[in-house]
Every structure is written in C-alpha cells, then in structure tokens.
Design a protein around this ligand. Structure first.
Ligand code: GLU
Length: 323
C-alpha cells in the first residue's frame, strides 16, 4: 500500500493486538433475500478467508435499506449452501457509539465539516464542467461560522463530510492489481444522523480485526475512499479482492426482477441447496463440488474467472455437472 501524503491525522485508535492472521468477512445489507450473485460473492469471501487460515465473520449492514426479517433469511441461506462463520454476527445498528467515536476523532483533528447541501444542489454542481464525476464539489467546505449559523437557523439538516486532503488514493487488489481512484469529501454522517456506509465499513473492518475484504467489484470505486479514511484514522488497510458480478442475459447486473434468482426461488423450481452450491462452484471453474469444503481443497484465487458470470435464471443451473 503506497503511503500518500496526509498532513492531518486523527489520533490513532488504540491498537488491537495483531496476533496471527485476521479475518475475512461477508457484509450483506438486509434489503431482501440474497440472490445468486450475492451468494457467490459470500462463497468467495468464505473461500478466500478459510484458504488463508483466517476467521470468517458476518456483519449485517443494517444502517439503511432494512427489510424486516431479511437478515435472518440471509443467514439461513448462507448456512443452507454450507457456509459457516465465527460468532457473533455483528449488527451495525448496535454499534453506533463506535462510529460516533471515530467521527469525534476526525472532527477533533479538523478533518470534518458540516454540509447543508441538498441532493439537488449537489447534482447541479457536479454536472458543472471540470467537476470530477460524482465527486462532491466542496460547496460547504469553506463556509464561515456565520454562514453555518445561518444555514442551521434555516433548519437545514447538516451532514458531516470528510475534509479530504487528497483527490486520489491507490489501493492494491489481489485480483485487479493497483487501482487508483477518486477521493472526495465523502459524507461520514448523513443529515438524518445515520453514519454513512463508508465510515461504518472502515470502522467495523478494523474493529473486528478484518484484514481481508472480498466483495463485488461494483464497490471498487469506493475502495480508495475507504482506504484513505482508514489511513486518517490510523487503522490498518485490509487486503482487497473485488470479484466479478453476476449478469443477466442482457448483460446487466443480476436483480430480483430477472426471475428465479434467490435460493428460495431455486428450491421452488426443484433444485436443492447443494445443487445451487455446485452451480456456483461450476461458475468459478470447479466442477462437482458438493460442499464448500470440497471446494476449499481445490481453491486457487489466481485461476478465478475475471469476467462476470452470465446467468439465465430462467434455465436450470448446470444440472449435468451437479448431484
Ligand atoms: N453492505 C454492502 C452491500 O451489501 C457491502 C459492503 C462491503 O462489502 O463492504 O452491498
């Protein structure tokens, strides 16, 4: 991980004893049932962790987009395809003080500011010429105290943003190599008081001793921001592996509307969880795996397909290769 200049730093977090390998993790958002793409990413996260002697943790990212009962169903589905994890399962909604402590440390170091912009104002500003794609243009970065008071008095809810001192940061990915991407003044706490995903994920990964993050490659663009934030907080940057997504026949990211995409949908079609596992394994280049442990013996990250898995959820999943 190349060190990059960061002049201000929050006081480092009290270091956890770093003994032996840490853990990998899977951190689904409980917005509904996991689809085959999510299950495949969960399987990969398990394989990367277990094949390197790491623990494997599950974290329910329930700060946002929560559907009642979904987290429980997600855990049941992961168990049904044969994955196991080290207790306890962690729920972000029960860890709010941890995120607040990190925010206080950043604020004390002068690394945050209040942002009163509405979504619409930001959209209008970022479509201005020369604005980096999707990056916050810094509208509220240099407000005077009087301007901030005025906006508060107007009753505008303030989000808290990072006062980033770099515009890019480089991370290393086990599958993709070096990736340099944008860092902007990302939101750390939303206007409604909810800690933002990018903050929570960084705080949690470090606090849980997670030193390996395996997840879908749709999250790659967030990774430089997260690694930079970890660095500011004096936290260890985990190793990353961003894995290809599953696509529907039209080449779009697999979604619920594509048909029988969840484990429960597949069971209704007459497939067993073992067959689904076997099909996921086949999509990774391993035929006849009956359990994740079968797969673990043969797992080689360097031979993983680097292309998305194209899946027609209206057909049967690889019936010939599977039990
Ligand atoms: N909760 C996020 C999601 O389900 C994943 C976060 C992560 O793996 O860092 O998309």
């Amino acid at each position: 991980m190349p060190a990059e200049p960061a002049t201000a730093k929050a006081e480092p977090a009290p270091a956890k004893a770093e003994t032996g390998p840490g853990s990998g993790r899977f951190a689904p958002s409980p917005s509904g049932d996991l689809h085959l793409g999510n299950l495949r990413t969960g399987l990969l996260a398990w394989l990367f962790a277990r094949s390197t002697g790491r623990g494997f943790l599950l974290r329910v990212e329930d700060l946002d987009r929560v559907k009642k009962g979904a987290a429980q169903r997600q855990l049941e589905d992961l168990a049904a395809i044969g994955l196991d994890w080290d207790p306890p399962v962690v729920w972000q909604s029960q860890r709010l003080p941890l995120y607040e402590t990190a925010l206080e440390r950043l604020t004390t170091a002068g690394l945050t500011y209040e942002c009163f912009c509405t979504r619409k104002e930001i959209q209008q500003a970022v479509t201005a010429p020369h604005g980096p794609m999707g990056a916050y243009p810094g509208t509220c970065r240099n407000l005077t105290e009087a301007q901030r008071r005025q906006r508060r008095a107007e009753g505008r809810p303030a989000a808290l943003r990072l006062r980033a001192e770099v515009t890019e940061f480089t991370v290393t990915d086990l599958l993709l190599g070096e990736y340099r991407g944008a860092v902007d003044d990302l939101v750390l706490r939303r206007g409604d008081g909810t800690p933002a995903y990018n903050l929570a994920v960084v705080v949690d990964d470090a606090e849980q001793g997670i030193d390996q993050v395996v997840r879908g490659d749709d999250l790659l663009p967030s990774t430089p921001r997260q690694a930079y934030l970890a660095t500011l907080l004096g936290l260890r940057v985990p190793e990353y592996a961003h894995v290809p997504l599953v696509l529907n026949p039209a080449g779009q990211r697999l979604a619920k509307r594509d048909g029988a995409v969840t484990l429960r949908d597949r069971i209704e079609l007459g497939e067993t969880p073992a067959q689904v596992l076997c099909a996921l394994a086949a999509s990774l280049g391993y035929s006849d795996a009956k359990t994740p442990s079968d797969l673990l013996k043969r797992f080689r990250p360097d031979t993983l397909p680097r292309e998305p898995w194209r899946l027609d959820p209206n057909g049967l999943l690889q019936p010939s290769a599977c039990p």
